[in-house]
Structure formats: C-alpha cells, structure tokens
Write a protein that binds this ligand. Structure first.
Ligand SMILES: [Zn+2]
Length: 86
C-alpha cells in the first residue's frame, strides 16, 4: 500500500492534476480551464518531503494554469516492468 510521496516515486508512479474549475453555474467571466497536466513528483518530493501523504495532495495542489484549488489528482501506476529492487 503506497501512501506517501516517497513510496509513490519509488514505485514509478506518475501524477496528473486535473482542473475541475470552469464548471460554475454562475460563470460570468470564468473561462473553462479543465487543464490536465502532468505533475512532477520529484519537485513535490523536494517541496513536501517523502513522507507527505498522497491523500493530502488533492487539497494542497493548485491548477498550474488558472490557480484554482479545485483539482483532482490521479496517479498513473505503471503496469509492470518497474520491479523495484528495494
Ligand atoms: Zn485550471
């Protein structure tokens, strides 16, 4: 069970940030963003630390494009091959 950034990095996981902003009922001047961007786990490791729980990422990340905090996090788990020799 992978629960921290460090473990996810070791497992070769990739992180994507999906912006959920732009679906506002009263969106007057709000353009849809709906960005989907690959996040750099290595950068997160440096800024958050290896022990940072990945379950907390969603509340800490911001959309790099529009700055919205309404983002979803998705991990891309490698199928196989990455046989971590830890
Ligand atoms: Zn956005």
């Amino acid at each position: 069970m992978i629960t921290t950034l460090g473990e996810a990095f070791d497992a070769g996981w990739r992180l994507r940030v999906y912006c959920r902003d732009g679906k506002r009922d009263h969106g007057k001047s709000t353009r849809e963003c709906r960005s989907s961007l690959a996040a750099d786990i290595e950068t997160l490791l440096r800024t958050r630390g290896r022990a940072f729980p990945i379950s907390s990422l969603e509340t800490r990340m911001k959309c790099p494009r529009c700055g919205s905090r309404r983002v979803s996090i998705a991990f891309e788990v490698p199928r196989s091959g990455m046989s971590a020799s830890a």
